[in-house]
Design a protein around this ligand. Sequence first.
Ligand SMILES: *[C@@H]1O[C@H](CO)[C@@H](O)[C@H](O)[C@H]1NC(C)=O
Ligand SMILES: *[C@@H]1O[C@H](CO)[C@@H](O)[C@H](O)[C@H]1NC(C)=O
Ligand SMILES: *[C@@H]1O[C@H](CO)[C@@H](O)[C@H](O)[C@H]1NC(C)=O
Ligand SMILES: *[C@@H]1O[C@H](CO)[C@@H](O)[C@H](O)[C@H]1NC(C)=O
Ligand SMILES: [Zn+2]
Length: 959
Amino acid sequence: MGKGFFIRKTVGIVGIVLAAGAIATIIALSVVYSQEKSKNNENEVKPTGAVTTPVPTTEPSNEPWDQWRLPQTLSPQTYNVTLWPRLQPDATGLYIFRGLSSVVFRCVEKTNLILIHSNKLNMTLQPTLTALGSKPAPIIESIVMHTKTQYMAIHLKEELTAGESYELYTEFVGELADDLGGFYRSEYYENGVKKVVATTQMQATDARKAFPCFDEPAMKAVFHITLYHDPATVALSNGVMFNVSFWLSDEVNITVDDTFVTRTTFAPTEVMSTYLLAFIVSDFGFIEQNIDKLQIRIFARQEAINAGQGEYALSVTGTILKFFEDYYNVPYPLPKSDQIALPDFNAGAMENWGLITYRETALLYDEEISSNGNKERIVTIIAHELAHQWFGNLVTIRWWNDLWLNEGFASYVEYLGADKAEPTWNIKDLIVLNDVHRVFAIDALASSHPLSSKEEEIQRPEQISEVFDTISYSKGASVLRMLSDFLTETVFTQGLQTYLDHFKFNNTVYTDLWEHLQRAVDSSSSTPPRSVQDIMDRWVLQMGFPVVTINTETGQITQEHFLLDPETKPDRPSEFNYEWFVPISWTKKEAAQPLYWLLQKTMDQMKISGDEWVLANINVTGYYRVNYDNENWERLLNVLQTSRQSIPVINRAQIIDDAFNLAKAGIIETTLALRTTLFLASETEYMPWESALDNLDYFYLMFDRTEVYGPMQTYVGNKVEGLFDYFTRLTNWENLPPGHTDQYNQVNALRVACSTGNENCTTLVKTWFEQWMENPNVNPIKANLRSAVYCSAIAAGGEKEWNFAWEMFEKATVASEKDKLRAAMACASEPWLLNRYLKYTLDSNKIRKQDATSTIISIASNVVGQPLAWDFVRANWEYIFKQYGGGSFSFSNLINGITKRFSTEFELQQLIQFRDDNAHIGFGSGNLAIQQSIERTTANIKWVKNNQETVLEWFINPL
Ligand SMILES: *[C@@H]1O[C@H](CO)[C@@H](O)[C@H](O)[C@H]1NC(C)=O
Ligand SMILES: *[C@@H]1O[C@H](CO)[C@@H](O)[C@H](O)[C@H]1NC(C)=O
Ligand SMILES: *[C@@H]1O[C@H](CO)[C@@H](O)[C@H](O)[C@H]1NC(C)=O
Ligand SMILES: *[C@@H]1O[C@H](CO)[C@@H](O)[C@H](O)[C@H]1NC(C)=O
Ligand SMILES: [Zn+2]
């Protein structure tokens, strides 16, 4: 290796480095891999140099290379990175990439140590250091690779001089593994031919797996990227492609190491963070559109592009980009916007600056085959990633402890962007179901955590992975939406705009945003009762949220930390004693009242008289739950039954969700919560139905193995009958209902009617599926209904139906269709089918790695599959953990998913046993999830014990 790499004739990158810089100081040295992790204290010595200098292995732990954060001594300015991914395996069967990189950095504080991140890269040449100023560069004494902290430590004989710039040059080789992190490979088949894509996922800490770099978000620099690749492929990166290679009077097609390759050079990036870099080599196709001078392109497998699957994404991107330009009042910072769908991708999407990567299901849409849910996912994820192009990429958080601001913000404004592209959908309402209600369930646990963490608490890569959780995304979105609402959108956007302008190409902490919002408040007529910082500290620095209780008789209004299990105590103290400044929007019998601020634990001013009903937290803009005195609950139940239209549709969903959760926490009677579902008999709107079904789902989880099951099925079946008939009349199951959310509710009607045994429903579904099995080339099932139909048919069927679904799964060329079949196969009722399916999840030729955990979770949500999935995961934990990356955030989903049904003492013991048995392997980013599962199971046990009787009686006689 090493020698000769990339050097052709007289022109090579090394030659350029020598010509550009001062005299290079190449010395003999050794590269030593310190084996901090391994038990035998043996050093692996890589003798790339003439002299081998042994380096002591037992380092004191306060050495800089044992710290997880870089010292502030050096500051990177520019990188030149050239990478050559090999899309065919080498002689030993390994897929590799080769690279060379030079980084120019400034010395901020004198030091004789260069610490730079490098993970799983093998140096193929001795790194060299060049001084760019007048003084010569110090001589390199030794180089040590620290595998645990992922550094290359370069020890110098003398010190670097503060204020001077230096250039470090490295050549290396890395594995292009199928591990979904850093520079990795994705594989797929097209017309029977295996294709390989080289692609990247850097966030959070994997740029160091592609080339040596100062891999922290505040270490921004300019990147010059060059990719070598087969002439039949296309190379993409953050910058625009240079068509002419102007800096080398050389052709673009060259011969390197006897291989004919194309060299693609990209325009230098803006000043940016390493985690936002992307490099991709593929033979994908694309479609494009130019808006003003901006080039917008969508890339995907050629087959998908030819089938038009990129058209929808292309059609909404321009609109959304224009919307954000207005919203931020900053032009889109780059000359192009590429978006690409990858067959293997761990997250949903990644906002790499100018080259956004997606899972196929998050970008590709097929008019005939994809559902409206698929479409909504695409438009919201696109909006989310485009929002980051400014908020996150142009202005970046200083460290990962503030991730919630980055992700919470994008998760909020994705609704605004999507609404611009699909203005008839009322999509902004759905944040209440998708984010607010969803995160309430987690944030009500004593083991929750505050949005903001201290910088020192988030250090190691797996700690960083762990902050990519529902709290950061959904609670972040919820509290920012609340803030925007009480400041008014005008004031909020004004503060946001000056913040972006002031910090562009720079890094911030979250309080920088508060400061700019405060300035906007001060120059407006908006008058929140406390400063932005004072109000927000209470939502950001303490975990959880309040339940506000309004007593309409006394006028008293109080707040209390809402905990699902009232017997638990929050794991951590709060300097604010779990009190909040709560903005309360409210209505008194349809007459909207001025915003009311609850600034203490108890206040007395909310006077109501007579039989007026009161409703608070209008449209759930506030991040809190509401409870009332019994009389007001009765009045609300009455309004729901008699004139539900006087309550906004979002609040009809809220009343159900609040009531069910208050009941779970023992604050109101369970029967009162159940009574909030009585009005559903005449309700046809999606949000209340979805809210009820989500909450009843918990009852199914707890009771579907008990005697409660039968009466509960009867009750739910009766309620859904009206809805099923409504959609039968409206659509005859042939047509689409007009509204976006009506289309969702049509699916609910079918799914629930079938699962409660409605014969009209089961006959319909059976007929459709049989028709399809008879003629596999023509699928007669409407796109929106497929998930529900497939699941019902496979649940009712046996091996024949399952195998048919598997065959269709393997054949499908639209990723969202594959996903529907993959989820539906988990609905099977025969244990052996489910066990066989579980085995498939660990075979990446059958189920892609990116889909393994979600498939196991689907199987676990089936009552038959749950114990099978639990046994399977326990038996295979070590393998799953190692193969499927304990660092990836799907691990917390996996643990929460397979344990959510747990409600017996026996299951709790098993869970504790599992935790203890695997302590030596660990749970990676699932650590917190294990704790939460134990807490949830404990709460479930108590809840079932206290409620089973009552619930059974109520379902038998629902009043
Ligand atoms: C990096 O590459 C650019 C051209 O892409 C060149 O102008 C510059 O001199 C190079 N810098 C170094 C330090 O090699
Ligand atoms: C890097 O070196 C290690 C240890 O010699 C070896 O196992 C690994 O395969 C090498 N990686 C590549 C991509 O050559
Ligand atoms: C490089 O080679 C490819 C394939 O042979 C060819 O299509 C392309 O035009 C060549 N480019 C240049 C600049 O010569
Ligand atoms: C970035 O912001 C800091 C203050 O937060 C400031 O000191 C620094 O000069 C800024 N850097 C640039 C490049 O604007
Ligand atoms: Zn994001």
